[in-house]
Design a protein around this ligand. Structure first.
Ligand SMILES: [Zn+2]
Length: 497
């Protein structure tokens, strides 16, 4: 009995109703498991004499092999069944990736993982397949658990045996961190921005002094850092008093929060994990000295972090290329990368990393390939591209809606999008609709309004676009995968991976 024969038999008998994903077939103790695509949804099929792991589902038939009859069970792609599958196949569990170059692919719709894997498996890079910020999760009305499960079903479908990471991204609250630990995430991105004092420029010196004097432990920090010299690539960087004071007031509470999160993880996640600290959402770039202070303080407090996300100079808007002066970016990055190497033990992490094609070669060169890149919305945009091609009328409907929803949706993002520059939908033919995905303003329009598009309902409570979007992407699944995959591939090639 072999997998190929079983699949042939299955196709003969059930091929009209269910088409198997051939890469997913796995054999365990003479039982065969694989995924199939039905008319409206996907299932897990288990074929065997006895049914392993007691998957929840129903027996829909038998297959005769020689003298033996094999049961054939059809099971839902549920959380419960995924748990069983993970017990059988340990490679379905995410693991820490350490300091290897890594690339994160958020998946807002929860169906893009096979496309991601098709790109990532051809490159020398560690994938982070489940990666979603708490903000994105609440906008798409999903849960940390669903994000994880959909990535794992994607791995199983593609027969991808890892390794890969799962990133609970931009965690701001201890409760969310605890949830992510329980679900089995392997990477935790702490976003302590609620504790970053980003408004010093608006305060006067006495006010800053008062805050500083009220902080605990500053005399020890003065002893450690004051007048201390760091020689980085011929640049002498020194913590002068005022500078140190400002850095402490800005970042110290945030660093302390990150330390608290790390200690919790250290106690509860004995099998190890990747830890990222992100200060990328400040309104001003992270200065080289602030970078040094943050990394030194984390190390001094025994925080073994793998990634540090700084706010780099220039503008990193969602889903479009870098906006800013490339020479300035290169100069700053040169220093940050040298600092990271000197202090050692961590990678620089690039957030809002999708579509920053013009800086990838610089990023790769300056960090010498020691980096992590996060992308998310760009995969959604590629899904929208497929809809623009295949279902122009649906595309037109939600494009129109996005224009109305834009003002409200853009409020939590920093963008320079000007929707008045977007051509009138009526003047664009069906064949040209996807060009909206190639221009910055319309790309950002669709990028920022994803939450509203996916959650908009009519008076009866039915989704206005969501169900049709999923239906189309299910129908044109291969095109969806290849479109996402080639877009991610472009990223990986330019990053030299
Ligand atoms: Zn970020």
């Amino acid at each position: 009995m072999n997998a190929k024969g079983i699949l042939e038999d299955f196709k003969k008998k059930f091929g009209k109703r269910y088409s198997p994903y051939s890469r997913s077939v796995r054999e365990v103790n003479q039982n065969f498991l694989f995924m199939v695509k039905g008319e409206k949804r996907k299932y897990l099929i288990i074929i065997g004499k006895s049914l392993p792991g007691e998957f929840r589902g129903s027996v829909i038939g038998r297959i005769k092999r020689g003298n033996t009859h094999l049961f054939l069970k059809l099971a839902e792609l549920s959380h419960e069944n995924m748990e069983k599958l993970r017990q059988i196949f340990p490679w379905l569990s995410p693991s820490p990736l350490g300091l290897k170059a890594s690339f994160g692919t958020g998946d807002r719709l929860g169906i893009a993982t096979p496309g991601h894997i098709r790109a990532l498996r051809n490159h020398r890079v560690s994938p982070v397949l489940a990666q979603q910020s708490i903000r994105e999760i609440s906008r798409t009305k999903r849960t940390l658990e669903e994000v994880m499960d959909s990535a794992l079903w994607g791995c199983f479908q593609e027969g991808y045996e890892g390794p890969f990471g799962a990133d609970a991204d931009h965690l701001k609250k201890m409760d969310d961190l605890k949830k992510a630990v329980r679900i089995g995430y392997s990477m935790f991105t702490i976003d302590p921005s609620d504790f970053v004092r980003a408004d010093l420029a608006a305060r006067d010196k006495t006010e800053i002094d008062e805050i500083y004097q009220s902080m605990e432990g500053v005399s020890e920090l003065e002893r450690l850092y004051l007048e201390k010299n760091y020689s980085i690539k011929g640049n002498e960087l020194q913590f002068e008093r005022e500078l140190l004071k400002n850095i402490i007031v800005t970042y110290l509470p945030a660093i302390r929060y990150a330390i608290e999160c790390y200690r919790y993880l250290k106690d509860y996640k004995k099998e190890g994990f990747d830890f990222e600290v992100s200060v990328d959402e400040t309104p001003f770039p992270t200065s080289p000295l602030a970078h040094i202070f943050i990394a030194e303080e984390l190390h001094r407090n025994q925080v073994d972090f793998q990634n540090l996300a700084l706010r780099f100079v220039g503008d990193f808007q969602k889903g479009i290329d870098y906006i800013g002066n490339l020479d300035e970016f290169e100069r700053e990055l040169y220093l940050h990368a040298a600092i990271a190497r000197d202090l050692g033990g961590y990678k620089l992490s690039l957030h809002s990393g999708s579509d920053k094609f013009s800086i990838y070669p610089i990023f790769k060169e300056k960090t010498r390939g020691v980096f992590h890149v996060k992308t998310a919305g760009t995969s959604w945009l590629e899904a929208v591209r497929v809809i623009a091609r295949k279902d122009p009328s649906l595309y037109r409907r939600f494009h129109q809606f996005a224009l109305k929803s834009f003002e409200k949706d853009k409020s939590s993002y920093h963008v320079t999008t000007d929707i008045s520059r977007i051509p009138d939908l009526k003047t664009i033919s069906d064949e040209k609709l996807e060009t909206f995905l190639d221009k910055e303003d319309s790309r950002q329009l669709l990028h920022l309004t994803y939450g509203s598009i996916l959650s908009k309902r009519d008076e009866e409570g039915n989704f206005l676009y969501r169900d049709e979007i999923y239906r189309d992407l299910f129908q044109y699944e291969e095109e969806h995968y290849s479109t996402v995959s080639s877009h991610i591939d472009k990223h990986l090639c330019l990053l030299g991976l």
